[in-house]
Design a binder for this molecule. Sequence first.
Ligand code: ATP
Length: 957
Amino acid sequence: MTVKTLGTPATKIHSTPVTTPGGHRVPEEKIVVTVRLRPLNKREQASKDHVAWDCIDDCTIVYKPSPHERLVQQSSFTFDKVFGPDSMTEAVYEEGVKNVALSALMGINATIFAYGQTSSGKTYTMRGITEKAVNDIYMHIMNTPERDFRIKISGIEIYNENVRDLLNSESGRSLKLLDDPEKGTMVEKLMEETVDDDKHLRRLIGICEAQRQVGETALNDTSSRSHQIIRLTIESTLRESSGCVRSFVASLNFVDLAGSERASQTHADGARLREGCHINLSLMTLTTVIRKLSVGKRSGHIPYRDSKLTRILQHSLGGNARTAIICTLSPASGHVEQTRNTLYFASRAKEVTNNAQVNMVVSDKQLVKHLQKEVARLEAELQTPGPSDEKDLKIQQMELEMEELRRQRDLAQLQADELRRKLEEEQQAKPSESLTPVAKKCLSFSGTVSPRMEGKELGNRERLRNTMRQSLRQSSAAPPFTLMHEIRKLEHLQEQLGEEANRALEILQKEVACHRLGNQDAAETIANLQKEIKEMCSVQSAPKAVEVGGVIAVNKSVSANLKEEITRLHSQGSNIANLEEQLENVQKSIDKLVMSLPSNNCQPIGEATPKLRKKKLPLSSNNGINMQNFIKSPCSPLSASKQVVDSEIENTPPQFDDSVSCETQPMSEKETPTKSEDCGEVSSKEGTPYRRSSSVNMRKMKQMFQTAAEENVRNIKTYVTELKERVAKLQYQKQLLVCQVLELEANEAAGYNVEDDENSSEIQHESPASYHVTFMDQRQLIIELWDLCHVSIIHRTQFYLLFKGDPADQIYVEVELRRLTWLQQHFAELGNATLAHTGNENKISVSSSIKALKREREFLAKRLMTRLTEEERVTLYMKWDVPLEGKQRRIQFINKLWTNPYDTNHIEESSEIVAKLVGFCEGGNMSKEMFELNFAHPSDKRPWFMAWNQISDILHL
Ligand SMILES: Nc1ncnc2c1ncn2[C@@H]1O[C@H](COP(=O)(O)OP(=O)(O)OP(=O)(O)O)[C@@H](O)[C@H]1O
C-alpha cells in the first residue's frame, strides 16, 4: 500500500512527438455520449406514471406527448448510442464505453461518467460497467504476456465540496487540492493502493462504494448524495526493452455523479438542502464547462476551477483523455422536465472534443540517453565538412558580391556628381560648348560583374548600363540645353541602378542571415538539450517514471493575454467616455432646442426632459452619430427653429410675419422648394418652384413649427435612449471583461494552466429553448450566491424581475454570475477579513455586507407603513406567519423576505413585495439600463457596489 499525492499520471513533459504504439498520433475526438432509458420503477408504476419516451432506433430517443399535449420543445434527440429499457448493462458497456475504457491499457487516459437525475440508474449502470471493465482489463493482461502491468487504485468522494478518501475513510478529513504547474490538479495525501489481482481490485472497489455517502431523499431511498471517482492507474512495460521507450501509463476514471435534479425537487431541507446546494454547484460548473467546450474555440475561458469536480476531472473534459458519458434517464412522464434537461446536457456533451495522447513512461536514464543521442545528431550535422563548408563558402561569396555591388553603386554616384560639377563649371565658362572629354570619361560606366550575378538582376543592370552608354553617345553631340535633360535622365537611371543594387543587397543580406540563423538555431537547440540533460542528471533520486505527452499552457501567454485584455478594457473605457460625451452633447442640443421653441411649446418639452436638462455640454456629432439625421429637411419648421436658435444666440429674437405662410401640404413636383434656409423670404421666380402666398397664415406656420419641433425633440430623445443603451451595453461588456481579467489574474497568481482565452469576451448564443434551461440553472445559482454573499435584496429584486431568460440578456446574467462567483470565492478565502487594496480606503467584508443588508431591511420595514394599507399588511403578516400582536412585526416580516434561495414561490413573492415597497414597476421606472447604472455607479456606497467598484480600482480600469 502506498500513500501518494495523486493527480493525473506522472507529468514531466518532454517534447518528443507522442504516437500510439503503432506509431500513429492519437487524433482529436469527440466525447462518446450514450443514453440509457431504464424501465419504470415500482414507485413510478404505483403512481400511475406512464412511459413518456421511446427509443425509436439505436441512436434516437423521442418524446411521446400525451394525446392533448402541444409540443413546443425539442422532442427528438440523437446520440452515439441509445439503450432502451430492455437493454442489458453488458450492451451498454460493449457498445458504448468499452473502447474508451480499454484505451487506458495503451497509455491513453480514459474517463467514464454516469450523469442523470436521482434514481435514473447511474449507480446501477456504473457498477456493471466497472465490473465488466475490470474483467476485460485482466483478460487483456493475461493475453499480453510480453508486457508487465501494474495497477493502482484510489477512490475519492466529493461531498458538499469536500474531498474524501474512500480508501482511507478513518482520517475523515477533507483532502486538499493542489495545483502543480506541470501535473495539474492533485489530491493531496490520497491513498493509492497497488492491486495484486482482479479479486483484490474488486474488493477495493467494493470498499470505495461502501464508504460513499448515501442518504435518503424523497425520490430515492438510497440516493447517492456525492460524486464518486474511482481511479485506476495502469502502467505497463515491455519485458524485453530494446533501449527505446516501452512503458505507458494512463488513468481510468469511473465517475458516478450525484443526481442532477434541482435541490428543491427533492423537498430538501436541513442537511439535505446543504448537500443539494453543493451538488448543484459542482454539477452547475460541470454543465457550464461542457456548454462552453461544446462551442469549441470560441468558448473563451473554461471555468474548471469553479468546482472541485471539474478541477479534478479537468483532463477528462476537453483535455488529454478519451471520455464517454452515459446519461441515464427515467422514462416516467412525471420526470419529463428532468429527462429533457439531461438530454440537453448530453447534446452539448457530444460536441466536446478531447485531445487524448499516449503517455509514455521513460526513466531519467532513458531520457538522458535519448537527449544525448539528439545532441550528438545535431552536433554531427553542424560539423559535417561537406554541407557546412558549402554554407560558409556560399556566405563568403555572397558577402563579396554585396561588397562589389556597394562599390559599383558608390562609384556611379561619384561619377554622376563629378559630371554635374564639370558641366556646371563648363556652362559657366563656355555655355555653348558641348560636353568635355572629362565629362565623357566621367559618364563612362565601368565595374566588374560578379560571376554569381549573371541572372535576371544583372541582366537588368546590364541593360541599364547600355542605356547609359547610349545616352552618353547621344549627349556628346547634343546642344547644352538637351545636355541637362540627358544628365537628368542619367541621374534617374543612376537612381534606378542604386535601387536595384540595394534590392539585390537586401536579398543577399537576408540569405546570409538565414544561413547564420540556421547555424545559431542548431547551436541553441544543442545548448537547450545540454541544459536539459544537466537538469536530468542533477536529479539524484532513484529512477522515477516520467510521463511524456500531455498539454501544458504557458503562463507567460496568460500574462500577455491579460495585458491585451487590460489595454482593450482601457479602449473600451474611452469608447464609453465618448458615448457619454455624445450623450451630453445631445443633451445640450435638446436644451437649446427647447429654449428656442415659442414659450408655450417649451414648457411641456422641458418638463418631459427634466433629467436631461441638468447637464450642459458642447455639441458634437462624432462616432458615426449624425445629428443632421435629426434635423428636418430644408424649409422644415426645424430649419426655422435652428434659425431661431442661431438668432437667439445672437440675441436677435426671430420675427414672424403674420402675412407670410410656408405651407407643408404636399407640393407638386414643380413646387419642390430649392432654397433651403429661409421660408419666410422665398420668392416666386419663373422656373423656380417656390410660391408665395398672398395671404400668409401665421397661426398655421406657428403650428407647423411646433409640430416639427416636437417631432424632432422626440427623435432626439429616441436617439438619447439609444445612446444610453449603447453605453449600458458597453459598461456590461467592460464588466464582463473585468471579471475575465480577474479570473485570469487569479489563475496566473496561482500558477494555473489557463487555456487560450482570445475570445473571452464572446457570449455564446444558444437556441432559445436550450438557453432557457441554461438560464434557469444560472439564475438558481445566482439566487444562491446572492444569499451567500448577502447582496442587497433590492438589487436581487431588480435583477429577478428584469431578467426572465431572454437570450438577449445573456451577457447580464453571465456578468452577474461571474461577479458573484468571484465575490463568494473571495469572501470564502478572506473569511470575515477585509478585502482591501493598497491605497484604497474602501473596505469590504462579509460583516459590512450583512450590516448593509440589515440597514436595507430596516428601511424597507419603514416603507411598509407608507406603501401598504393596514389590510394589505395584515394579510401579508398572516401569510408569512408573523404574529399580529408582536411589536416588531414589520421588521420580522421584512426579515423573512429573500431568505430561502431554494423555494421559487418564496423568491417570486419576496421580489413582488420588495418591488412594491421600493416602487418598481416593470416597463416603468425599472429598466435594464437603470439597473446597470445603479449597479456600477461609483458613488454608490452600498458594500456590494463598492466591492464592484473596488475590483475595478484594483485593475486600474
Ligand atoms: N436499467 C435499469 N434496469 C432495472 N433497474 C434499474 C435500472 N436502472 C436503475 N434501476 C433501479 O433503479 C433504482 C435507482 O437506481 P440507481 O440507484 O442506480 O439510481 P441513481 O441514478 O444512481 O440515483 P442517485 O443519484 O440517487 O444515486 C435502483 O433500484 C436500480 O436497481
